[in-house]
Design a protein around this ligand. Sequence first.
Ligand code: MRU
Length: 351
Amino acid sequence: MNILPIEWKGDHVVILDQQQLPHSTSYEKLKTIEQVWDSITYLKVRGAPAIGIVAAFGLVLWAQSKQSNTLELFLDEFHKQGDFLASSRPTAVNLFWALDRMVRKVDTALTVEEAKELALQEALAIQAEDEETCRKIGEYGYDLFDDGDTLLTICNAGGIATARYGTALAPFYIANERGTTLHAYACETRPVLQGARLTAWELQQIGVDVTLITDNMAAHVLKTKDIAAVIVGADRIAANGDAANKIGTYGLALLAKAHDVPFYVAAPFSTIDLETTSGEDIPIEERPAEEVTHLSGNAVAPIGTKVFNPAFDVTPYELITGIITERGVISGNYVEQLKTFANKTTPVTIK
Ligand code: MRU
């Protein structure tokens, strides 16, 4: 797929506006850090790795616009701008991981000019590494399935949610390249419809056979459609293996267990947060009521209806068959295995 979700253009970032999909493939220029903040908060750029990448470029935009006379002032303000971007969304840890990486790199600069250059190089590296990482996730994931298998997914954990390839959708890209076939069932993913608007669109773009279902059809599909596995992305994986992902994922994991279907979480190490002990400590974003009461701007509930709108839920580690990462598939004792894999320093080679 030649559609790039985020592209650095020297003095601005071009993003694919995911809010416009599937009706139009439109791109937007972001020239300020405030525009980057908006693009994350209002879901023009969404998906854990993509949020981290665009935030890194947000700091580059700020750095380039700044005429600081002292390095100390520049770095102090750079940290504050990082905190500002960190306030855009709370759950996906890739955002904080990328911002932290940017700040640590820029802190090593000896001059303001060097700080600006380091910021740019680090943001480009975060993006390039994510592409390589997602490809490896795709290769490890692909090996778990057989030619002709059908996988069920939710939300969009595809190429447009990352630098390229995606996480849960990466095995579909690899299958395509190798001339084999994986079929997909995509849950529509109410309330924001990432499954219907984004996953169905993305898989169609690359010629994958995708069948869309509403979320409440999942049990029936798992019972009747010979689903080989459920595969989902993640926004944050705690040290014990509990995984936060799009609302509805936990329900799918329970259904998969009930039907004896393997349940895989595909995610890069930038999504694994060993500082967070368990899923109970993961902050769950609550989004505006209108996402539930309205569909495409039209009210589907009485005015004033009380709404609860958590954007994510947490799947307990016991329900997860394996976590597919760029360093291999992790299963068993997640507390031990996540630590072991975290220390594996498999270098990510950029071609
Ligand atoms: O609210 P969103 O659309 O940003 O939620 C995205 C998800 O839950 C994805 O599954 C997750 O970020 C992984 S993207 C590779």
